[in-house]
Design a protein around this ligand. Structure first.
Ligand SMILES: Cc1ncc(C[n+]2csc(CCOP(=O)(O)OP(=O)(O)O)c2C)c(N)n1
Ligand code: SF4
Ligand SMILES: [Mg+2]
Length: 262
């Protein structure tokens, strides 16, 4: 059967209407442009987190506690009540806020340097206390903001400014899998590890964040989502190769998926 040309859709675009880019589709909670490097995974993670808050309709009753790292600049562009506290101390601040305002959804936004190096005890104690908060760790395996030094989560063989020939377990020890540590504690309601290296992974991470916040809304105890994020600048890889590099390195060490479910 011959197609009726009058029914076909004209996909040619008038020259005065340029193609819309992915970046054009901004959630309304993002108030401006971010200043992070091209290819950085952190803005993608922020976006899905904010989308989840909107989806759950809890924007007006949410308080975020942000640590120190490249993502720290998000406090200027996210239309959510936030405070920034000392490096690594976000779970303690979040604990205080939640205990004073139990009706509010409280989350932390931290990096691997912030959560695993500067404040590992904070997140472990908050989890073991079963605090009804949600912690989010953006894990790129480097102290991105200060120039790309090795962190506790840097995977073996990964080159950083302070392990220029690759992380060597003899000299630098082994990486700390934060989500797995937290998952081993009682009092924990939900733990998962996601990534933003593919569209599918972003979608899965979005679902994880939603479940983590839902756990908190249901009074289900501590929840944590670790998100593997690209840092092409700190990894010494070309921008476009960040996702593939992450899949071949970090995602080989850190298992993606849910570790604890309600
Ligand atoms: C107590 C303290 N120590 C060190 C610093 C310096 N500092 C600021 S940001 C940062 C790196 C944080 O790395 P990470 O949490 O992994 O975030 P990223 O930049 O990689 O997103 C460091 C070490 C600080 N601000 N305060
Ligand atoms: S240094 Fe890394 S984490 Fe920081 S903005 Fe650049 S790509 Fe992102
Ligand atoms: Mg980092």
């Amino acid at each position: 059967m011959t197609a009726d040309s009058s029914q076909t859709i004209d996909t040619t675009r008038p020259p005065d209407r340029p193609a819309r880019q992915v970046a054009d589709f901004k959630p309304s909670l993002i108030l401006g442009e971010h200043s992070l490097c091209p290819g950085c995974g952190e803005p993608v993670a922020l976006r899905v987190l904010l989308e989840v808050l909107q989806e759950l309709d809890i924007v007006q009753k949410t308080i975020g506690v942000v640590g120190h790292g490249c993502y720290g600049s998000f406090v200027r562009i996210m239309d959510v009540d936030v405070l920034q506290c000392l490096h690594g101390r976000a779970p303690a601040c979040a604990t205080g806020i939640k205990r004073v305002r139990p009706g509010v959804a409280v989350f932390t936004l931290q990096g691997d340097g912030d959560m695993a190096n500067e404040g590992l005890q904070e997140v472990l104690h908050a989890a073991a206390r079963g605090e009804n908060i949600t912690c989010v760790m953006l894990n790129n395996g480097v102290f991105g903001d200060t120039g790309g030094q090795q962190t506790a989560t840097t995977v073996l063989g990964q080159r950083t400014k302070t392990s220029i020939d690759g992380r060597d377990p003899q000299a630098h020890g082994y990486p700390i899998p934060v989500a797995d540590l937290v998952a081993g504690l009682q009092g924990v309601g939900y733990v998962a590890r996601g990534a933003v290296s593919t569209a599918g992974a972003v979608l899965q991470t979005r679902r994880m964040l939603r479940k983590a916040f839902q756990t908190q809304l249901d009074g289900g105890g501590f929840s944590l989502v670790e998100i593997l994020t690209m840092c092409p600048t700190g990894w010494f890889v070309p921008t476009a190769e960040g996702p593939e590099y992450q899949q071949g390195t970090m995602e080989q060490t850190y298992r993606l998926g849910e570790l604890v479910t309600p």
